[in-house]
Design a protein. Structure first.
Ligand SMILES: Cc1cc2nc3c(=O)[nH]c(=O)nc-3n(C[C@H](O)[C@H](O)[C@H](O)COP(=O)(O)O)c2cc1C
Length: 303
């Protein structure tokens, strides 16, 4: 059974990728994720300067998944460069995840990444809960996506992935703008919303920031539809993200047109072993259905 995945010029031993924001905060945490079977990892998003992020409580689980308003807490690009200086033997390809308040900041971020450390860059235009960034800063439109993608493209030769919002309308147009401006791939999707959960004893929203991005199971059918729509609009590869918890979910995303799948919230439910479990479940499904490699089912929902 061959579950290796090619995303443009990158080859992954398997199609599971650690999604940004969960665990990828240090070289040691990346190694831990690779040791547990991930095919690639994305670091937690970094900005030019250090950010404290939103105050706690900034995460809450519920029956549909999770609501988070972490607010991009990160040590800033200088410290991140030191932390991720040597990624050669960490276990697989590592994507840098960069954020900015405008095209100039994204451009400066791309320039600040040391050549040779990261295998690819993921630019996040889609956070729904951080003022000044993502959808709260209007970065989810085709125009803004084109402008930011161009600015980053001018500063890096690394494979460039643009992470977009499930709330983009129409999402295919946003993906097209990224492709036309030089992106090598699309990451679909970030958290949706924002949403709100109220503590009915206090009558107040539970998160300190009041609202947060929705991830996990509730997001999965939305993510699958987004991947399906994007596949119809662009030729570049898609990394599907949103509620992947089992091998079945990964197969579904590949059928919609993704070449690999990110996993975030699923780690809270199945532990760090989720990467290996998802791969084993995919292989079992492939064996049962006489599928020898992922290319055989890729995008089959469109036929
Ligand atoms: C606690 C938490 C923190 C996150 N932080 C980031 C982040 O820093 N950058 C980013 O691009 N996405 C971030 N995300 C979004 C995830 O990368 C992913 O796109 C989203 O959660 C959907 O996937 P999932 O359902 O597998 O979690 C975060 C998600 C969670 C739950």
């Amino acid at each position: 059974m061959d579950i290796s995945a090619r995303i443009g010029t990158l080859t992954l031993a398997n199609p599971t990728i650690l999604a940004s924001g969960i665990l990828g905060v240090s070289r040691a945490s990346l190694k831990h994720v690779f040791d547990n079977g991930a095919g690639a990892c994305v670091i937690k998003s970094i900005s030019l300067e250090e950010r404290v992020g939103h105050h706690a409580p900034n995460m809450i689980t519920y029956e549909g998944g999770m609501l988070n308003a972490v607010g991009y807490s990160n040590p800033g690009v200088e410290e991140a460069r030191a932390e991720f200086k040597d990624l050669k033997n960490v276990g697989g390809p590592v994507f840098a995840s960069i954020i900015g308040q405008n095209a100039d900041e994204f451009s400066a971020m791309a320039e600040a990444l040391l050549p040779g450390d990261f295998s690819a860059v993921e630019a996040v235009l889609s956070c729904p809960h951080t003022p000044g960034y993502g959808t709260m800063a209007g970065q989810g439109t085709p125009k803004s996506t084109e402008e930011i993608t161009k600015a980053i493209r001018a500063k890096t030769t690394l494979p460039l992935f643009i992470k977009i919002s499930p709330d983009s309308q129409p999402i295919g147009e946003v993906a097209k703008a990224a492709e036309a401006a030089g992106a090598d791939g699309i990451v679909a999707v970030n958290t949706m919303g924002p949403g709100m959960i109220i503590d009915i004893q206090t009558g107040q929203p539970i998160l300190h920031f009041k609202v947060g991005g929705v991830s996990g199971t509730a997001l999965r059918p939305i993510a699958v539809r987004c991947i399906y729509d994007i596949r119809k609009s662009v030729k570049i590869p898609i990394i599907g993200v949103g509620g992947v918890t089992t091998g079945r979910d990964a197969v579904e995303m590949i059928m919609a047109g993704a070449t690999a799948v990110g996993i975030g919230t699923g780690i809270y439910y199945r532990g760090i072993g989720i990467f290996k479990k998802v791969c084993d479940e995919m292989e079992q499904w492939m064996k049962k259905n006489k599928v020898k490699n992922l290319g055989e089912i890729w995008g089959c929902a469109h036929e």
